[in-house]
Design a protein around this ligand. Sequence first.
Ligand code: ZN
Length: 502
Amino acid sequence: MDEQFDHLTTQLGQIEDLRAAAEVLEWDQETYMPDGAAEARAHQIGTLRTMAHELFTEDALGELLDALSDDARDLDPLSDEASLVRVTRRDYDKARRIPADLVGAIAAAVARGKQAWRTAREEDDFSIFAPHLERLIDLNIEKAEALGYDDRIYDALLDQYEPGMTTAEVEAVFDDLRPKLVDIVEAIAAQEAPPDDVLHRHYDADQQWDFGMQVLRDFGYDFERGRQDLSTHPFTTSFSVSDVRLTTRVNEQFLPAALFGTLHECGHGLYEQGIDPALDRTPLADGTSLGMHESQSRLWENLVGRSRAFWSHYYPTLQTTFPEQLGDVALDAFYRAINRVEPSLIRVEADEVTYNLHIMLRFELEQAMVEQRVAVDDLPALWNAKMDEYLGLRPETDAEGVLQDIHWSLGAIGYFPTYALGNLMSVQIFDAAREALPDLDAQIAEGRFADLHKWLRIHIYQYGRKLQAPDLLERVTSRSLSAEPWLAYVRQKYGALYDGLR
Ligand code: ZN
């Protein structure tokens, strides 16, 4: 087995190198690349991605995995060897099931769809995007049939982003959450929102950057194995456990953009940097699902970064950094401003409480589309009706309604629910951390994060993709996915800020 296993890791190492090289080019594209290089760069990335895909789907790799699967059965399922064979096998089977001409058709439809979506949004005209969306839905249906599923067609699509989770499981949790959350939001919306004009004062970009860098260091992000740069849309990317990059954006007229964007991406970065280095250059060296990844970004952004304990430590420093803007603003007023809840039309601007309703709306609509229960032309009206039902708002334009997100134009169906799953899991995991570290709040209030970081590394990060999210969650929290801990957190935190939350 040893010789064959070495052969497998050599092969996979080369494929990972090609993928990482493509990702370095993609990172550069979003940060430093001059606009004129766009077309050349598309070719370069395309070539590397195609080579990686071809190497990964070779018959020989399948035979090697067959030969190793029998031996791996006798090993501890969590051993590096057994995990690598199991996870690679799953990836391999999926990659082989999608025919090359379907991959090509999707790539072409996405290229055109993205363009049409941009124009449609600019001109606020859904009819420009509709035929492209129809085509992308058809291709997703084809893809789901190729990938296969037991119960619902959406299962196959969800599984690309949230392996191990089924549509029925997500639906059950969302069905529990939705009515309770609609009530909470209604109770909050009936009250006057606390003022947040202090957040819209002028904040110097360099000083914002320096403050964010300080918090990154304090959280434990390792600058020997990473860096932060600017980009239009913040993201995290990893080329190796020893090279994890973050980006942020700075808005001089709105303090939370850089601040919470940085803390959010830091959570993603800590996850990637915390993966066991022994798994590097293998398919195991990645977050186990988008939902689990998002649980880590949300944990650092919201549960730590928007807590009173965190600001009782950092607010004096922030006030010293921005004396003119914040010198006359008390901690309590600042805390209320950064935790202001207000139903709004745009998902990416939504607060912690209303955010999940934006996701549930998208989850329901995209499911209905792939199950062919709704026609694309009826989408704007359905969108607006659901916005009204869940958030009490009706978009006046499709640009601030059904056309606001890029995801569908990228052919990404099954992606949206992972945001809400991340929010729910973040609280379940934080509750477990708090049980293990009884003085966690006191530590945060002193700006000490080493124990929390270490606990997360041991219980979540180190495994990479060895365990699927539902198993990992069960192992860490002794429960399966549930909306209750998140609802309890919201009722407690926002019950102190607003009246009438049960
Ligand atoms: Zn994220």
